[in-house]
Structures are given as C-alpha cells and as structure tokens.
Design a protein around this ligand. Structure first.
Ligand code: DSN
Length: 506
C-alpha cells in the first residue's frame, strides 16, 4: 500500500471485515516484501504470454511515480484491492443475483457478491446495495431504468392487469415504450459541475429523457436551491438528480430531497466523487445523501479508493427493480471486481479511513488557500470537499488546455474543466480541476499542499499563450524550459518523500 497509508490513514492490507477485528495472518503468509514477490511473480507469468503487456504494466507504475496526481476522480488502490482482481473469479458467468442466477456453479460468486453488498450496506447505512455495476455510467443506467421500471412500468402493468411485459398486447407494449421514453429528468448542468450521465445529449441519459438542468448562482458560483425548486415546480420531473464531478462545495441533500418530494420526483444522488467522504463520515447529516435519497449511485475507484466499478444503493422500495440491473442493462457481473470491491469496502469500514477522508478535505482546503493567497481565482472562492476548480482564464489568461499541458511539463497531472458559461467551450475550457484524494493517499498534508499550490502558481504564471497565424492559440503555449524543469524537480522531491507503493520493488 502507499506509504502514506502506512503512515497516516491508510488502506490496510487485510480484507477482514471491519465488523470483527482483523484475524491474524497465518504464520509466514504475510511478511515484508509480499507485494514485491506477488507482483514480480505475476509479471513473469504475464510476460510468458505477452511480454509487452508486462512491460507496459511496469511502465505505468513508473509513469505514475513521476507525477503529482491531482485528478480529482483518481486514487491509488491498495495492493490487496488490486490483487483481488487478478484471478479466476473473472472466469465465471453469474447473471442474476446471489441465490438466483442464470448459470449453475455460482456458489462462491454468491458469497463474494453477498459480502461486498453487506460491506456497502453497513458502510453507508443503506437499506439495499447492488455491487454489480461495472462503472459509474452503468450504475446510473441501472438506477435510471430501475426508477423507470418502478414509477412507469410497474403501474402500467398493474393497470393493464399484466404480470409481465410479455403479457402486454403489441399496442400496449408500444404505448409503454413511448411512456418510458418520454419522462423528464432534472440534473445539474455540465458546465456548473454536473456530469455527462445526468442527462446530456452525447450520453444515453440525454437520449432517454427529456432533460433540463439547474446551474449555479452567477455571482457566488453556489447552488441556488430556490432556483432548483422553481425549476422542479415548473418542469415536474420524474427524477431529480443531485451530484457532481466538478462542484467544490457540499450539497444540502435534505433540501434537495424536499424539493423532489414537493413535486413527486424520485430523488437520485450520484455520489461517485465524494463517496469516500461519506464513507469516512466527513459528510454527515444533511450532507450525507444516503438517508435522504431514494437511489444513490457511486463509483468505487475515486475517493472511495477501490477498484474501477460502480455500486447502486437504494431504499427497499426500489430493491426489486435495481436487482434486475443484470441483465436489464448490464452484462454478467465481474466477480473478480466485486471481490476487490469487498476488500476496498472492508478497508473503508476501518476507523483509519475516517482520518484519510478528513485529510482529503483538509488538503483540498490547504491547496485552495495556497492558490488564493498567491492571487489565483477559484470557483466559489474555495472548497469544502475534495476538489478545487481553478479559473485559469481569469487567473493567468490561459485556457484549461494550455494550463493542463503546462502543468504536465512541471510534473503535475490535472484535467481541464469547463466553468459556468465557459467562453472557451467544453474542449479548451477555462478551468482546471484539482483533487486531493490521490496525494492524500500518498501521505502529503497541508504543508506539502501549499508547496503544490506554489508549483502550480509558479508554472502557470510563467506560461504564455502562443500565437498561431495572426491570433492567439487556445492549445499552444510557451513555457521556459528552466521553469518546467524546476517544477518537475520540486514535484519529484515531493514524490521522493511520499513514494507511490514504496513496498513494491520491481
Ligand atoms: N471521469 C470522471 C471524472 O473525472 O469526474 C467522471 O466520470
């Protein structure tokens, strides 16, 4: 596991349930260097079939060890999580749910899925957890179709005295399909920090729903709940979606739930970005979506620090429809990834994960303060979650694309992001999104985040817009090589003090 983990917060190596103390490892099973032994052996086996892939795996570790990772949606999972994915659980088909599968021989997969779901339910205090989604998009699709099945299909079948869609006449089936395809959804707009899967045209959610968006207040950059309520009353959506991928503040989910209830909407929250803060009990009360929403979706690989994948949490009222996620919209569950989810969720149930989650937020605030003190403009003026959105157009006269590239030259990996009413559009953008889950896993704390703020600010101040033809480019930039070199040296110095997977010597 990452050094920090060992030092401060970290992801324990054992996968034992948090409900009971971790059982001691059998003699000789766990010793220093186990991770190195495991990966060296695995790489040799892989190289026996395709040496290039073994090489690429090693290269990726080296690349990740060279960069300060500030991508808000990424993290470093523990070796226990990663190793749980590399095995024969992958070979099993298990469509259906535990105890009710479409294939024989799923007894072990049933145990894996049941344990992962139990950890998820206990960790988040949810009535029901579905751990099969392969990604965040999949989790949201399962949620949308479960809500449509619950709110549109089930009443239709009941009115038609039909027990199953196959019992409907062709005419009624066509009518039901039209109804399923003409429902309204209200979610946060993409440029305000929402997500593509919350009803935007390039994503299937935008094609399924008649979608409308709420944004943020133009002056403060904050969610305007009165405006959300006004839009909900005007549009009367079937689903109100809350959640974000680039909004640096907490959401009052109690208030959003009331807005949904007032118009008869199902309240769905996509907590993919901040699930780790919910798990670590940093977001509680009105800021915890689980007690307030009908359906909550998440990914498992962001602040939650697990394998790539998704989860749907739901109230008992939606359980039956959520459980039909596979084969309704999902292919066969990835049993090896469900196993890794169980390991990560067990890690997240330990008290140390709460310290980690709090450190993520403290670090984001230190980063925001460091940037603000140096004169940068941040959306909403700061942060109270895990991310910061830096307006690089207002702060440095750059596009997000130029800033992202210049920072990479300095050893800092970020991603460009739209800001509300972005004059540079969604490709070039005017913002950079910075998140602290990964650096917090490495063990960096406030003093180091201030150093990171200085590397970012120094690099971007030295970056200028290149001219192409007669006008300014939105992609090309100029950055003196000595400034980039200095940034890379400073980034490397931090990474040498807080190395990624220090226990791995490949
Ligand atoms: N790609 C993720 C992010 O970066 O926020 C969301 O899907």
């Amino acid at each position: 596991m990452p050094a920090s983990s060992a030092a401060a917060s970290s992801a324990p190596a054992s996968s034992a349930s948090a409900a009971s103390p971790a059982s001691p490892q059998p003699e000789g099973v766990r010793s220093e260097g186990n991770e190195t032994i495991a990966y060296r052996a695995a790489l040799q086996v892989i190289a026996g079939s395709e040496p290039s892939i073994a090489q690429f795996i090693v290269e990726e570790l080296a690349a990740q060890r060279r960069q300060l990772k500030l991508i808000a949606s990424e993290n470093y999972a523990s070796p226990a999580v990663l190793l749980a994915m590399g095995n024969w659980l992958s070979d099993k088909y298990a469509e259906g749910v535990p105890g009710r599968r479409m294939y024989a021989g799923c007894e072990v997969v049933d145990k894996v899925e049941t344990l992962a779901a139990e950890h998820a339910r206990e960790l988040f205090g949810a009535e029901f957890a579905y751990v099969q989604p392969h990604s965040g998009i999949d989790a949201n699709l399962v949620a949308y179709w479960a809500i449509l099945a619950n709110r549109v299909e089930a009443p239709y079948l009941e009115a038609a005295s039909a027990g199953h869609v196959n019992d409907l006449t062709d005419e009624d089936w066509a009518d039901l399909r039209r109804k399923l395809g003409s429902q309204r959804m209200l979610g946060m707009s993409l440029d305000a920090g929402g997500h593509l899967t919350h009803g935007f045209r390039p994503n299937i959610s935008g094609k399924m729903f008649e979608q409308s968006s709420y944004g943020v207040d133009a002056a403060s950059g904050l969610l305007d709940y009165d405006e959300v309520a006004r839009l909900a009353r005007e549009l009367r959506p079937l689903i109100l979606v809350a959640g974000y991928s680039a909004y640096p503040r907490r959401i009052d989910f109690a208030r959003m739930a009331q807005i949904a209830a007032d118009v008869g909407a199902t309240f769905m929250v996509d907590m993919a970005h901040f699930a780790g803060l919910v798990a670590g009990k940093v977001l509680t009360g009105d800021h915890d979506p689980v007690p307030h929403a009908d359906v909550v979706t998440t990914t498992t690989h962001k602040s939650l620090r697990g394998p790539r994948g998704g989860i749907v949490l739901a109230t008992a009222a939606y359980r039956e429809q959520v459980e039909r996620g596979c084969p309704m919209v999902l292919g066969g569950p990835l049993a090896h990834v469900m196993a890794a989810k169980a390991v990560a969720l067990a890690e997240a149930r330990r008290p140390a994960f709460g310290d980690y989650a709090q450190a993520i937020v403290d670090n984001a605030r230190a980063l925001a303060d460091g940037l603000s003190r140096r004169g940068a403009r941040l959306l909403t003026g700061g942060t109270d979650n895990h991310l910061v959105v830096l307006d690089v157009a207002a702060s440095y006269g750059l596009t997000g694309r130029q800033a992202e590239s210049a920072l990479l030259d300095a050893g800092v990996v970020t991603n460009r992001n739209s800001i509300p009413a972005d004059p540079n559009g969604a490709w070039y953008t005017s913002g950079i999104r910075l998140g602290t889950p990964a650096l917090t896993t490495l063990g960096l704390r406030a003093a180091e985040l201030d150093e990171v703020a200085d590397i970012i600010d120094t690099t971007l101040r030295a970056t200028t817009v290149a001219t192409v033809g007669t006008g300014p480019s939105r992609a090309r930039y100029e950055l003196d090589g000595s400034v980039a070199d200095a940034g890379r040296r400073r980034s490397a110095e931090l990474l040498s003090r807080f190395p990624l997977y220090p226990e791995l010597q490949l």
